[in-house]
Ligand binder design. Structure first.
Ligand code: NI
Length: 176
């Protein structure tokens, strides 16, 4: 497996709309290897998720995983490793929640973002099998953050109160 390079803010690939993959293409060894590398890269960087365009591949694939011991997100509840291909998010109701988000592509910055609290999530897994699940609370936040990447959006685009922007050090000191 290979640890991939992570694009940082300002690189145009992060602003590209990623293209969907059909099942046949997804099953090619090239993309299966890519998914292994995406997961390895996410774990190496202690990310809670990683989208393909963050590693310079503008296709609609993202990985989500929160391990109980993640040092970047000690407050998050664990989420088992999930690979989303061509994900579609549909909010359930209007309820929202605010939380501080960070991103491997936006080094040393966090800010407060409002997201939907409840979602229907449909996606293909890495073998191309369709799934439909629901996500709630901080888990729903993670899904929305990762799927935004596939549409060329970063969390900072959704920070409406820029006075909440903070370095990670000051987040831990003043905003936790
Ligand atoms: Ni991100």
């Amino acid at each position: 497996m290979t640890i991939l390079k992570i694009a940082t803010i300002g690189h145009p690939v992060l602003r590209q709309i990623a293209r969907p993959l059909d099942r046949e293409e997804l099953r090619q060894p090239k993309w299966q290897q890519f998914i292994d590398d995406l997961v390895e890269t996410m774990r190496d960087a202690d990310g809670a998720g990683l989208a393909a365009n963050q590693v310079y591949a503008p296709v609609r694939i993202c990985a989500i995983e929160v391990r109980a011991d993640n040092p970047r997100y000690p407050e998050k509840k664990p989420i088992p490793l999930t690979i989303l291909v061509n994900p579609v998010l549909t909010p359930i109701g209007d309820e929202t929640l605010e939380s501080y988000e960070g991103c491997l592509s936006v080094p040393d910055l966090r800010g407060k973002v409002s997201r939907y609290s409840h979602l229907d999530v449909s996606y293909l897994d890495r073998e191309g099998n369709p799934h439909a699940i629901q996500a709630h609370g901080i888990q729903a936040v993670t899904y929305q953050h990762e799927c935004d990447h596939l549409d060329g959006k970063l969390f900072i685009d959704r920070v409406t109160d820029t006075s909440t922007l903070t370095s990670w050090k000051n987040y831990r000191r003043h905003h936790k």
